[in-house]
Design a protein around this ligand. Sequence first.
Ligand SMILES: O=C(O)c1ccccc1N[C@@H]1O[C@H](COP(=O)(O)O)[C@@H](O)[C@H]1O
Length: 241
Amino acid sequence: MAGAAATRYAGVAGGMGLKDALGCKVKLCGLKREQDVDAAIAAMPDAVGFIIDVPGSRRSVSAERAAELVERLRSKADETGHEKPCAVGVFVNQPAQTVADVVRQAVLDVVQLHGEEDAQYIDRLHALVEVPIMQAFTVHSEGDVAHAVESSADMILLDAGSGDGQTFDWSLAQGVRRPFMLAGGLAADNVTRAIAATHPFGVDLSSGIETDGLKDPSKMSSVVAAVRETAGEVGGYRQPE
Ligand SMILES: O=C(O)c1ccccc1N[C@@H]1O[C@H](COP(=O)(O)O)[C@@H](O)[C@H]1O
């Protein structure tokens, strides 16, 4: 890997608080309650996500609530001696200045953009925040992947939708020429196949770690264990030949 891609990779790895860039990372997204944070700390993912002020999402929390949960995340990690997962804020079509304000207020490590934010928006946000920016793309076709690869964001996320629990055709994510996160309908029973099929930098889950719409501590632990085991065998992102 060379040039801009290498810089982006290093940047997001740093932002995710990762000691090394090897293996496949795991992000548990859509935490809302104190017990979700505590269960995440016990499961030991690399990152957790908070859906911030997204109308229509049942997982949405206010910026103030996100700040409280991030604070709990860090103090619980200190208390238990567990590694601090990085805190990702998920935003959809919010003004860049608002996102920057929330990054400061909630002390976020990474911004995830999950709307129709364009290159100019990302430039504006890059000027306002120092944390890495991850941009999500809905994938239906090869063209969607080609578009995602051109993103000026520090990391791209290939997804089927917005937390709907749907998978997309993973063959579209094979041979992507930059590190990427994979999301959409992942769970303990398919994450191993997904990693083996696509070799992502990391995987991101929400619906697949829930039972009856609420985060399920046992699913959270199982999925992290499945990712660690698979990553040990097949590794994380690798540049296609
Ligand atoms: O989870 C949501 O409600 C959500 C709302 C708006 C934008 C993104 C959202 N979630 C993202 O979706 C994937 C997880 O998808 P799945 O539930 O596992 O299929 C993840 O990137 C979340 O950040």
